[in-house]
Every structure is written in C-alpha cells, then in structure tokens.
Write a protein that binds this ligand. Structure first.
Ligand SMILES: Cc1ncc(C[n+]2csc(CCOP(=O)(O)OP(=O)(O)O)c2C)c(N)n1
Ligand SMILES: [Mg+2]
Length: 325
C-alpha cells in the first residue's frame, strides 16, 4: 500500500492535501505566478487517493491533463510539485514540464499527459515490461470520459487483455469532456468498452474514497496474481472549471443546481465524517502548514536560465539543435 495511505484519517489527509494544493494553485494562477493556467482536480480527490491507496510504493501510474491529484496521491512532494507549476528550477521536472507533464519516477509517476487518452498505451508498455521482468509491479492509468472516444485507448485495452498485463484502467467519469456532456459524446459506456475485450469492469461511486479503494484493491490484487487487467469507472464531478481559462469566458454548459447537488456529496466531507472532528481539524491545520511551506519554497526558488531551455530534451543527454550542453 502506498506509504501514508492506510487508515481512514490517512485517506482524508491526502485528499485534504490535494484540495488545499489546488486552491493554492488557483490563487497563484490568478496572481500570475503560475502561467498558462491549470485543470483543477477539486471534487475528484477520492478517485486518485482511492486508487493510489491500493497500490504499492513501487507500483506505477500514468496521468492526464487534470493530473495534480494523481501526482500528490502517489506521493510526490507538494513543494516540488508547486515549484514545477510555477516554472522553477526546483520543480519536479526543473520547471520545464509544468502542470500537464509532471513526472516523478522516484515515486512511480511515469508522467502526466496532455494528449487525451495517450497515457493508456504508456501504462500498457510499462505493464508489459513489468510482466517480462517479473518485477511484480502493477500500473494504474487514469483517463476521463472524453478519453473513452480515443482510438488509442481501445488499442491499449486490446493489448492489455491479449497479453493479460497488470494494468488498472481508471476512467474518471466527471460527466463532461470540456463542455460536452458524456451522454452527448459517448456511445456505449466505459464498462461496455472493457467487457468487449473480456476485461472485468465495474462502475463505482467516485465521491467515496473507501469505495474506490476497495474496488482498486480487488483489481490490483488480480493484476498481481497475473490474472490480467481490470477497469474501474469512478463516477465523479469537478466542482470547478474545466480549465482556469473558464474564469474569463462565460460558458453555460451546466447549471448551478447541478453543481450544488454534487457539492452536497463532497468527498472530503464523506471521508471527514468517518474521523473525529478534532482529528479532522488537526489534519487540516497540518496540511495548511505544509502548503504554506510549499508556497514559500516554490516562490523563493529560481527560474531556469533561458540559455538552458533545450536541456534535458533527450534521455541520452544528446545536445539539442547544437545548443548548450
Ligand atoms: C487528443 C486530444 N484531443 C483534444 C484535446 C483537447 N482537450 C483537452 S482536455 C479535453 C477534454 C477531456 O475530457 P475528459 O477526458 O473527460 O477529461 P476531463 O477534462 O473531464 O477531466 C479535450 C478535448 C487534447 N488535449 N487531446
Ligand atoms: Mg470528463
């Protein structure tokens, strides 16, 4: 099990970390410290934390454009993640990856991916390597309901089923792909896609972290027993915008009533209700301190030297376009 995700309080604490991190990131987008905007994960915390609670530290994940929650759930350092968003040299990827490309191989994060659906085949490749090497690692890949319509996801499901690879496909169904409701854009459904390939699949309440965790434990255990892939569709909701750009353009694709309805099932309150009020308050205060330190660290860190903009393009260390070594 991922370090620090054992008890009901641990699950709450990690979700609180993600919620607070995203609120802080939103503030830094508004103040201009984070350039280019973000896709906030607020409302969906139970999915990332529930799935990562079923993984071991050495297990791997691949993530999406809405990936901050996955990165923090798997165990990345919030200070270095925030520095990454703020484009600082101390960031997880030296400030060169940013919001949609955060990777932290040391804790099993092979990378977020801005291309919808494109993280799935990377997970399948990693699972194939795990199978061949006998490492015993399981790979979880997150994607949205919009990802269901990408051909590459079907190719990934096919190979994972064919070769019985240890992959956990996690569909975060938040009801929309940008502004398009799932019902308007998706024929069939996530479970049907998986079952067409003989992959066991289940739809769960994505607002309850323990429900997600229990489904993920079953799927991860199957994968560890070499019984092949599984798919979990977690029904969830983003409380905020698709992207921070949405603060500047008025869109009317969902009603306030619908948002309020989902907010009544806030995953933090569902899990927070399972721990004592005093303990919840202590955890909230602890997270607030961690995030204050993350902000201080990120904003005090230097920006990369523009002369090194082309560094680290190649894993081999090859110099890009004759630039600086
Ligand atoms: C291949 C591809 N097509 C289009 C886009 C533009 N795009 C970015 S996010 C997004 C919606 C994705 O919806 P979903 O997969 O449901 O994830 P969510 O944003 O709801 O978390 C789209 C169409 C993209 N990044 N990649
Ligand atoms: Mg979606």
């Amino acid at each position: 099990m991922t370090d620090g995700l054992h008890t009901p309080a641990d699950l709450y604490r990690r979700m609180r970390l993600i919620r607070g991190f995203e609120e802080l990131a939103l503030r830094l987008v508004k103040s201009g410290e984070i350039v280019g905007g973000i896709h906030p994960y607020i409302g969906e915390e139970a999915v990332a934390v529930g799935v990562c609670a079923a993984l071991a530290d050495h297990d791997l994940i691949t993530s999406t454009h809405r990936g901050h929650g996955h990165v923090l759930a798997k165990g990345s350092d919030p200070s270095r993640m925030l520095a990454e968003l703020a484009g600082r040299e101390t960031g997880l990827n030296r400030g060169r990856g940013g919001s949609m490309h955060a990777a932290d191989v040391a804790v099993g994060i092979l990378g977020a991916n801005a291309i919808v659906g494109a993280a799935a085949p990377i997970a399948v490749g990693a699972a194939w390597a795990a199978q061949r090497s006998g490492s015993g690692k399981v790979v979880a890949t997150f994607f949205g309901d919009g990802g269901l319509n990408q051909g590459v996801l079907l190719e990934a499901l096919n190979l994972a089923a064919l070769w019985q690879l240890p992959v956990l496909f996690v569909c975060e169904n938040n009801g929309y792909a940008t502004t398009m409701p799932t019902a308007t854009g998706v024929a069939g459904n996530a479970v049907g896609r998986a079952e067409a390939f003989g992959i066991p699949a289940v739809t769960v309440d994505g607002m309850d972290v323990e429900v997600v965790r229990d489904a993920a434990v079953l799927a991860a255990d199957r994968a560890r027993r070499a019984e092949g892939p599984a798919l979990i569709e977690a029904m969830t909701y983003r409380f905020g915008p698709h992207h921070t750009m949405e603060f500047r353009i008025r869109l009317s694709y969902r009603t306030q009533e619908e948002i309020d309805e989902w907010r009544r099932r806030d995953p933090l309150d569902i899990q927070g209700g399972r721990i004592a009020a005093g303990q919840r308050a202590r955890l909230d205060a602890e997270i607030a301190e961690i995030l204050a330190e993350a902000e201080r660290f990120a904003l005090a860190s230097p920006r990369p030297d523009p002369a090194g903009a082309l560094d680290y393009l190649y894993a081999s260390g090859m110099v890009a376009r004759g630039g600086v070594a």
